[in-house]
Design a protein around this ligand. Structure first.
Ligand code: FAS
Ligand code: PHB
Length: 389
């Protein structure tokens, strides 16, 4: 088989890249190791930056998001059960959209199917060949038969555990990492959200987040030890711990119910440079990971797709290689600013096991400064709604 761009990974970044290139008349093949249902069964991000909203609309996949998503003007932060609000719209003129990654991915799958896009599921043994040469190709096994895709370019959209990043030689690749000594225990419950906007809570017992998917589906997280078996977290224990950490008024009005999904996710900050090696481009989680505190993971994947799709379209239309040559530096510049914000927000909102009383007072003064300073709130707001592309 031959294509112009071979895309490894059928998550949000691979699907959006395929959709945008298709609309520009560029041929792609998407190789995904899991089934469509498996990909859609993963519960992940919930907040879209406005740049992501506009990108999805321009790619022709924004209709259901506009109909079912919730545009939020602000968010609540809380310190020791007392909350205050940050008004993004008043401070930056922008909003965020609450619309789950699962729905974004579903909309993308539906759009690719409507256009008869080539998405192969259940592929195994994906291997990149000569990504830094002039004639790269990708081999894979499907239903026991080996196949080969010859292509002009390879987009590594295969996430943190994919094969693309490690196809960049170790001697060339530089990795930066910070791991956090706790995880996020998240549940999905068919209950009305406790608040019309999100609540990020700093508490002596640990961090908590109140989010949502729609008026009848809520998403909650609490900071939890990574070595705590998830089986020990009954629904009742989760709800009790959440109540202790969120603002008092929210704790009193919280509607609880059985969890329909429960997962414990580790937190890390990670970047691999370069994001380009010859004719291979790394995109999204294949190149960088952020703790979900700042709601940046999915949104960074989307801005990478924006930069790479624009570069490839310029190449195929005008043989202009400027965007391709600038891709890695441009994507990394935006990624590092989001990684900084996500690290800052994580260190400000979570309780660290080795935290001293001095650290505790610094966190409290940071949040008190945020509560009373428009300048501090503007810095948080412009990073949260998403820095410009
Ligand atoms: P993805 O990991 O989504 O997709 C990669 C795809 O490649 C997958 O479908 C995988 O099956 C496939 N693949 C992997 N290896 C392959 C191979 N060898 N061959 C073929 N296919 C292969 N972000 C937020 O903003 N907010 C959150 O709350 C949030 N919560 C998260 C919770 C968890 C548990 C995780 C893991 C991530 C979370 N994220 C969150 C980040 C997440 O949303 C990612 O940023 C987003 O999925 C990135 O999209 P992709 O880059 O497409 O990678
Ligand atoms: C979510 O709704 O899953 C969510 C929202 C905001 C975050 C992280 C996760 O910062």
């Amino acid at each position: 088989m031959r294509t112009q761009v071979c895309i490894i990974g059928g998550g949000p970044s691979g699907l959006l890249l395929s959709q945008i290139l298709h609309r520009a008349g560029i041929d792609t093949v998407v190789l995904e190791r899991k089934s469509r249902d498996y990909v859609l069964g993963r519960i992940r991000a919930g907040v879209l930056e406005w740049g992501t909203v506009e990108l999805l609309r321009s790619a022709g996949v924004g209709a259901r998001m506009d109909a079912e998503g919730f545009a939020h003007d602000g968010t609540f932060l809380a310190l020791q059960n007392r909350g205050f609000r940050i008004d993004f719209r008043q401070l930056t003129g922008k909003q965020v959209m609450v619309y789950g990654q699962t729905e974004v991915t579903r909309d993308l799958y539906d759009a690719r199917a409507a256009a008869e896009g080539k998405i192969l599921h259940g592929v195994e043994g994906v291997t990149l060949h000569d990504p830094d040469g002039d004639a790269p190709f990708v081999s894979y096994v499907l239903n026991g038969t080996e196949h080969r895709v010859d292509c002009d370019y390879i987009a590594g959209c295969d996430g943190f555990h994919g094969v693309s990043r490690t196809s960049v030689p170790a001697a060339v690749r530089k990795e930066y990492e910070r791991t956090y000594p706790f995880g996020w225990l998240g549940i999905l419950s068919q209950t009305p959200p406790v608040s019309h906007e999100l609540i990020y809570a700093n508490h002596a017992r640990g961090f908590a987040l109140c989010s949502m998917r729609n008026r009848h589906l809520s998403r909650y997280y609490i900071q939890a030890p990574l070595d705590d078996p998830i089986e020990k977290w009954t629904d009742d224990r989760f709800w009790d711990e959440l109540r202790r950490r969120i603002p008092d008024d929210a704790a009193q009005s919280l509607v609880t119910g059985p969890s329909v999904e429960k997962s414990l996710a580790p937190l890390r900050s990670f970047v691999a440079e370069p994001m380009r090696w010859g004719r291979l481009f790394l995109v999204g989680d294949a190149a960088h990971i952020v703790p979900p505190t700042g709601a940046k993971g999915l949104n960074l994947a989307m801005s990478d797709v924006h930069y790479l799709s624009r570069a490839l379209i310029a190449y195929y239309r005008d043989r202009d290689v400027g965007g391709i040559d600038r891709y890695a530096a441009t994507a990394l510049a935006r990624a590092w600013k989001a990684i900084r914000f996500s690290w800052w927000f994580t260190t400000t909102m979570h309780r660290f096991p080795d935290q001293s009383e001095f650290d505790q007072r610094i966190q409290e003064s940071e949040l008190e400064y945020l509560e009373h300073s428009a300048a501090a709130q503007t810095v948080l707001a412009e990073n949260y709604i998403g820095l410009p592309y």
